[in-house]
Design a protein around this ligand. Structure first.
Ligand SMILES: C[S@@+](CC[C@H](N)C(=O)[O-])C[C@H]1O[C@@H](n2cnc3c(N)ncnc32)[C@H](O)[C@@H]1O
Length: 259
Protein backbone atom coordinates (compact mmCIF):
# COMPACT_ATOMS: atom_id res chain seq x y z
CA UNK A 1 0.00 0.00 0.00
CA UNK A 2 1.25 3.54 -0.79
CA UNK A 3 2.66 5.49 2.14
CA UNK A 4 -0.14 7.77 3.43
CA UNK A 5 1.73 10.69 5.01
CA UNK A 6 -1.45 12.33 6.32
CA UNK A 7 -2.45 9.16 8.16
CA UNK A 8 0.96 8.96 9.84
CA UNK A 9 0.75 12.69 10.66
CA UNK A 10 -2.71 12.26 12.18
CA UNK A 11 -1.55 9.34 14.34
CA UNK A 12 1.70 10.91 15.54
CA UNK A 13 1.01 14.65 15.76
CA UNK A 14 -2.70 15.40 15.95
CA UNK A 15 -5.45 15.10 18.57
CA UNK A 16 -8.20 17.12 16.90
CA UNK A 17 -10.93 15.88 19.28
CA UNK A 18 -8.89 17.01 22.31
CA UNK A 19 -8.11 20.34 20.58
CA UNK A 20 -11.78 21.00 19.76
CA UNK A 21 -12.82 20.32 23.38
CA UNK A 22 -9.97 22.56 24.61
CA UNK A 23 -10.98 25.51 22.38
CA UNK A 24 -14.59 25.13 23.47
CA UNK A 25 -13.54 25.10 27.15
CA UNK A 26 -11.22 28.13 26.86
CA UNK A 27 -13.96 30.21 25.26
CA UNK A 28 -16.46 29.30 28.01
CA UNK A 29 -13.84 29.98 30.68
CA UNK A 30 -12.92 33.44 29.35
CA UNK A 31 -16.28 34.58 27.91
CA UNK A 32 -18.77 32.68 30.08
CA UNK A 33 -20.70 31.62 26.98
CA UNK A 34 -20.39 29.24 24.07
CA UNK A 35 -18.39 29.80 20.88
CA UNK A 36 -20.20 28.84 17.71
CA UNK A 37 -17.97 29.69 14.76
CA UNK A 38 -14.40 28.40 14.51
CA UNK A 39 -11.90 29.59 11.93
CA UNK A 40 -9.13 26.98 11.64
CA UNK A 41 -6.29 28.85 9.94
CA UNK A 42 -3.57 26.80 8.17
CA UNK A 43 -6.04 23.92 8.50
CA UNK A 44 -4.36 21.43 6.09
CA UNK A 45 -6.75 18.41 6.21
CA UNK A 46 -9.10 20.35 8.57
CA UNK A 47 -9.48 17.52 11.10
CA UNK A 48 -10.14 20.12 13.81
CA UNK A 49 -13.03 21.67 11.82
CA UNK A 50 -14.63 18.23 11.59
CA UNK A 51 -14.28 17.58 15.34
CA UNK A 52 -15.69 21.04 16.08
CA UNK A 53 -18.83 20.29 14.04
CA UNK A 54 -19.27 17.04 15.98
CA UNK A 55 -19.44 18.85 19.35
CA UNK A 56 -23.04 20.00 18.89
CA UNK A 57 -25.50 21.14 16.17
CA UNK A 58 -24.73 24.84 16.79
CA UNK A 59 -21.07 24.57 15.81
CA UNK A 60 -19.88 25.88 12.44
CA UNK A 61 -16.30 25.72 11.16
CA UNK A 62 -14.25 27.25 8.38
CA UNK A 63 -10.94 25.66 7.43
CA UNK A 64 -8.51 27.89 5.55
CA UNK A 65 -5.46 26.66 3.66
CA UNK A 66 -3.64 27.56 0.45
CA UNK A 67 -2.81 23.99 -0.51
CA UNK A 68 -5.53 21.99 -2.33
CA UNK A 69 -3.88 18.61 -1.59
CA UNK A 70 -4.49 18.36 2.18
CA UNK A 71 -7.93 19.99 1.72
CA UNK A 72 -8.86 17.20 -0.69
CA UNK A 73 -7.46 14.61 1.71
CA UNK A 74 -9.65 16.03 4.48
CA UNK A 75 -12.75 15.85 2.27
CA UNK A 76 -12.18 12.21 1.40
CA UNK A 77 -10.95 11.00 4.82
CA UNK A 78 -12.55 13.14 7.57
CA UNK A 79 -15.48 15.12 6.18
CA UNK A 80 -17.03 12.01 4.64
CA UNK A 81 -17.11 10.34 8.09
CA UNK A 82 -19.46 13.04 9.46
CA UNK A 83 -23.25 12.85 9.28
CA UNK A 84 -24.79 14.84 6.38
CA UNK A 85 -26.05 17.40 8.91
CA UNK A 86 -22.55 17.85 10.41
CA UNK A 87 -20.99 18.08 6.95
CA UNK A 88 -23.20 21.09 6.14
CA UNK A 89 -21.61 23.01 9.01
CA UNK A 90 -18.00 22.46 7.85
CA UNK A 91 -16.68 24.81 5.16
CA UNK A 92 -13.28 24.91 3.49
CA UNK A 93 -11.69 27.85 1.75
CA UNK A 94 -8.59 27.46 -0.40
CA UNK A 95 -7.12 30.89 0.17
CA UNK A 96 -4.58 32.92 2.11
CA UNK A 97 -5.19 33.42 5.85
CA UNK A 98 -4.58 37.14 5.18
CA UNK A 99 -7.59 37.31 2.84
CA UNK A 100 -9.76 40.20 4.14
CA UNK A 101 -12.94 38.54 2.80
CA UNK A 102 -12.81 35.58 5.19
CA UNK A 103 -15.94 34.96 7.29
CA UNK A 104 -16.13 36.19 10.86
CA UNK A 105 -15.50 33.80 13.73
CA UNK A 106 -15.75 33.50 17.51
CA UNK A 107 -12.45 31.62 17.69
CA UNK A 108 -9.54 31.75 15.25
CA UNK A 109 -7.10 28.91 15.86
CA UNK A 110 -3.85 28.64 13.92
CA UNK A 111 -2.58 25.42 15.51
CA UNK A 112 0.52 23.28 15.34
CA UNK A 113 2.65 26.40 15.39
CA UNK A 114 1.76 27.35 11.81
CA UNK A 115 2.27 31.09 12.35
CA UNK A 116 5.98 30.33 13.03
CA UNK A 117 6.20 30.43 9.22
CA UNK A 118 5.94 34.24 9.42
CA UNK A 119 9.51 35.22 10.17
CA UNK A 120 9.33 39.00 10.04
CA UNK A 121 7.63 40.98 12.80
CA UNK A 122 5.77 43.11 10.23
CA UNK A 123 4.45 39.97 8.53
CA UNK A 124 3.28 38.34 11.76
CA UNK A 125 1.71 41.60 12.86
CA UNK A 126 -0.19 41.76 9.56
CA UNK A 127 -1.51 38.25 10.18
CA UNK A 128 -2.60 39.04 13.76
CA UNK A 129 -4.29 42.20 12.49
CA UNK A 130 -6.15 40.21 9.82
CA UNK A 131 -7.25 37.72 12.49
CA UNK A 132 -8.33 40.55 14.81
CA UNK A 133 -10.45 42.08 12.04
CA UNK A 134 -12.20 38.76 11.38
CA UNK A 135 -13.03 38.04 15.01
CA UNK A 136 -16.49 38.78 16.33
CA UNK A 137 -16.63 41.33 19.16
CA UNK A 138 -16.26 38.62 21.80
CA UNK A 139 -13.73 36.71 19.72
CA UNK A 140 -10.56 34.93 20.83
CA UNK A 141 -7.38 34.16 18.90
CA UNK A 142 -6.01 30.89 20.34
CA UNK A 143 -2.58 29.67 19.27
CA UNK A 144 -0.05 27.12 20.40
CA UNK A 145 3.62 27.89 20.84
CA UNK A 146 6.66 25.93 21.99
CA UNK A 147 10.06 26.75 23.41
CA UNK A 148 12.65 25.96 26.06
CA UNK A 149 16.42 25.42 26.09
CA UNK A 150 16.06 22.11 24.24
CA UNK A 151 15.02 23.83 21.01
CA UNK A 152 18.03 26.13 21.00
CA UNK A 153 20.21 23.41 19.52
CA UNK A 154 19.77 20.58 17.02
CA UNK A 155 18.09 17.47 18.43
CA UNK A 156 16.04 14.50 17.28
CA UNK A 157 13.35 12.63 19.22
CA UNK A 158 11.97 9.24 18.32
CA UNK A 159 8.50 8.16 19.44
CA UNK A 160 7.73 4.49 18.93
CA UNK A 161 4.28 3.24 17.99
CA UNK A 162 3.31 -0.41 17.50
CA UNK A 163 3.78 -0.28 13.75
CA UNK A 164 6.04 2.71 13.11
CA UNK A 165 8.43 5.26 14.60
CA UNK A 166 7.90 9.01 14.42
CA UNK A 167 10.92 11.33 14.48
CA UNK A 168 10.79 15.05 15.30
CA UNK A 169 14.09 16.36 14.03
CA UNK A 170 15.34 19.86 14.71
CA UNK A 171 18.23 20.37 12.33
CA UNK A 172 19.34 23.95 13.02
CA UNK A 173 18.93 26.92 15.32
CA UNK A 174 20.31 30.41 14.67
CA UNK A 175 20.51 32.53 17.84
CA UNK A 176 20.71 35.72 15.76
CA UNK A 177 17.30 35.22 14.19
CA UNK A 178 15.69 32.41 16.26
CA UNK A 179 15.14 30.65 12.94
CA UNK A 180 15.18 26.86 12.95
CA UNK A 181 14.60 24.01 10.48
CA UNK A 182 12.51 21.03 11.53
CA UNK A 183 11.71 17.74 9.79
CA UNK A 184 9.34 14.89 10.45
CA UNK A 185 10.55 11.42 9.44
CA UNK A 186 8.72 8.09 9.72
CA UNK A 187 9.95 4.50 9.82
CA UNK A 188 7.19 1.97 9.24
CA UNK A 189 8.04 -1.27 11.11
CA UNK A 190 10.50 -3.42 9.17
CA UNK A 191 11.12 -0.70 6.58
CA UNK A 192 13.68 2.02 5.96
CA UNK A 193 13.26 5.48 7.48
CA UNK A 194 11.30 7.77 5.13
CA UNK A 195 13.01 11.11 5.60
CA UNK A 196 11.72 14.68 5.43
CA UNK A 197 8.06 13.74 5.01
CA UNK A 198 7.20 17.18 6.41
CA UNK A 199 9.57 20.19 6.56
CA UNK A 200 9.14 23.33 8.65
CA UNK A 201 11.23 26.46 8.14
CA UNK A 202 10.28 28.50 11.19
CA UNK A 203 11.13 31.38 13.43
CA UNK A 204 10.66 30.45 17.08
CA UNK A 205 8.62 33.32 18.50
CA UNK A 206 8.75 33.80 22.26
CA UNK A 207 5.67 34.30 24.43
CA UNK A 208 6.56 37.92 25.38
CA UNK A 209 7.12 38.81 21.70
CA UNK A 210 3.69 37.40 20.86
CA UNK A 211 2.03 39.19 23.78
CA UNK A 212 3.54 42.53 22.72
CA UNK A 213 2.36 42.10 19.15
CA UNK A 214 -1.17 41.17 20.22
CA UNK A 215 -1.36 44.14 22.60
CA UNK A 216 -0.05 46.53 19.93
CA UNK A 217 -2.86 45.48 17.63
CA UNK A 218 -5.48 46.10 20.28
CA UNK A 219 -6.22 42.72 21.85
CA UNK A 220 -7.55 43.73 25.27
CA UNK A 221 -6.02 40.90 27.28
CA UNK A 222 -3.57 38.11 26.66
CA UNK A 223 -3.75 34.81 28.56
CA UNK A 224 -1.36 31.87 28.78
CA UNK A 225 -2.38 28.24 29.23
CA UNK A 226 0.45 26.07 30.54
CA UNK A 227 0.69 22.28 30.62
CA UNK A 228 0.55 20.36 33.92
CA UNK A 229 3.12 17.67 34.78
CA UNK A 230 2.64 13.99 35.56
CA UNK A 231 4.44 11.93 38.25
CA UNK A 232 7.49 11.54 36.02
CA UNK A 233 7.74 15.28 35.43
CA UNK A 234 6.49 14.96 31.83
CA UNK A 235 3.69 17.08 30.33
CA UNK A 236 0.28 15.56 31.19
CA UNK A 237 -1.71 17.11 28.32
CA UNK A 238 -3.82 19.28 30.68
CA UNK A 239 -3.51 23.01 30.05
CA UNK A 240 -4.59 25.61 32.57
CA UNK A 241 -4.47 29.38 32.78
CA UNK A 242 -1.38 30.64 34.62
CA UNK A 243 0.10 34.02 35.52
CA UNK A 244 3.72 32.89 35.95
CA UNK A 245 5.70 30.44 33.79
CA UNK A 246 7.92 27.57 34.85
CA UNK A 247 11.42 26.71 33.67
CA UNK A 248 11.19 23.70 31.42
CA UNK A 249 13.70 22.16 29.00
CA UNK A 250 10.97 22.01 26.46
CA UNK A 251 7.41 23.27 26.76
CA UNK A 252 4.23 23.73 24.72
CA UNK A 253 1.77 26.44 25.74
CA UNK A 254 -1.29 28.21 24.38
CA UNK A 255 -1.48 31.96 24.09
CA UNK A 256 -4.92 33.54 23.87
CA UNK A 257 -5.72 37.05 22.66
CA UNK A 258 -9.05 38.55 23.76
CA UNK A 259 -10.58 40.99 21.28
C1 LIG B 1 2.02 23.10 9.83
S1 LIG B 1 0.83 22.85 8.55
C2 LIG B 1 -0.70 22.90 9.38
C3 LIG B 1 -1.01 21.85 10.30
C4 LIG B 1 -2.40 21.87 10.85
N1 LIG B 1 -2.85 23.19 11.30
C5 LIG B 1 -2.43 20.94 12.03
O1 LIG B 1 -2.88 21.31 13.09
O2 LIG B 1 -1.96 19.83 11.92
C6 LIG B 1 0.82 24.42 7.73
C7 LIG B 1 -0.27 24.59 6.67
O3 LIG B 1 -0.37 25.99 6.41
C8 LIG B 1 -0.66 26.19 5.03
N2 LIG B 1 -0.29 27.59 4.74
C9 LIG B 1 0.95 28.17 4.78
N3 LIG B 1 0.87 29.49 4.56
C10 LIG B 1 -0.45 29.79 4.41
C11 LIG B 1 -1.17 31.00 4.19
N4 LIG B 1 -0.54 32.17 4.09
N5 LIG B 1 -2.51 30.93 4.10
C12 LIG B 1 -3.16 29.74 4.20
N6 LIG B 1 -2.53 28.56 4.42
C13 LIG B 1 -1.20 28.58 4.52
C14 LIG B 1 0.14 25.12 4.32
O4 LIG B 1 -0.43 24.82 3.06
C15 LIG B 1 0.03 23.94 5.32
O5 LIG B 1 -1.04 23.09 4.98
Amino acid sequence: MAFDKYLYYERSVQSPDVDAAFLDRVYREIRGQEAKVLGEDFCAAFALCCEWAKLNPEKISYGIDLDPEPLEYGRSHYLNKLTPEEQKRVHTLQTDVMNPELPRADIIAPLNFSFFGFKQRTELKRYFQAAYNRLNDQGLLIMDCFGGQACMEPNEHETEYDDFSYYWDQDTFDPLTNEAMFYIHYRPKGQKKIKNVFTYDWRLWSLPELRELLEEIGFKKVHYYWEGTDDEGEGDGNFNKIEKGEICDSWVAYIVGEK
